[in-house]
Design a protein around this ligand. Sequence first.
Ligand code: G6P
Length: 369
Amino acid sequence: EQIEKGGYDHFMLKEIYEQPQVIRDTFRGRLLSDQGLIKMAGIEDNLAKFINAKRIIIVACGTSWHAAQVAEYMIEEFARIPVEVEYASEFRYRNPIIHTDDVVLAISQSGETADTLAAIKLAKEKGAFVFGVCNVVGSSISRETHAGAYTHAGPEIGVASTKAFTTQITVLALIALRLAKAKGTMSQPDYLRNLIELELIPEKVQEALLENDRILEIAHIYKDAANCLFLGRGFNFPVALEGALKLKEISYIHAEGYPAAEMKHGPIALIDENMPVIVIAPQQNHYDKVVSNIQEIKARSGKIIALVSKGDQQVRNLADHIIEMPHSTEALTSIIATIPLQLLSYHVAVLRGTNVDQPRNLAKSVTVE
Ligand code: G6P
């Protein structure tokens, strides 16, 4: 097992550090930025189904459901196709409305999640076209769907998903951009910029990993927190959800993810000097609004850990701790911002002495209801 961990203390840490490589593996041969092209066989062969879809329904569970939420924002923004995201477990039992011109996209790392598999079968019965995004090659979901695209994350052993999530977003970004190109919904410069930025993601993820020592220091300070709040807006709202999930899964600290603006409708009541609040605050569309959310936390003595764009000054002056990230497009920052949150959860869990790779009560793949 020590050999399999490749010199890392845990599979989770190894898998976090594998991300630059596996993200590159995921777009290799598919992203041809010099030609301005994206080529994915599963999409090309079924392009008409996607283009004519009245809507795309995404079904998933757990971390894959968070990737689905990022995909919703990407597909709607880039390709202007309405998207609904559903928990597979809810979808399968609520007699959902499914039309024959709906495309159902199922996302699953393992390809074995019982609820997701059942949702796929239901969608097929109702005549929808079902496309899978799986990691495990030959898995039940990859066989049950009409077509699909694999993430090429390689085996993920740590129960808490890391590289599966960022490679899912990578595949979903490729799909969203390919559909945007086909539908003519994105300007050519915007489209090309996203292709080029996507190609740069592995090195930017590598750069994000360099904040590890600073993140370890922060983990030391907050390891005994009872609660923790994660905030983000736009594409980074699902990243906040994923950050909170990661922390609770492996450290057993109660954590909640929220869209930053919703804080005032509830979580703000919990903020005091004992509440660490992790805010994803890159210098993009929502920046000014996130800055005012940070001021609201500060006014209530909450402890602010902010993920900021490299060189940021404004948030630096307000936050208790900052973690820097390289700049990218707003959509693709969701991949970069995930990295420090994974590292933070990892270090907090290690410091608390939990079983990081096999947290209590959780399973890697949930093949029963
Ligand atoms: C379990 C795992 C999670 C995973 C979820 C969905 O809860 O512990 O890491 O996100 O199942 O799994 P899937 O394989 O369908 O992505």
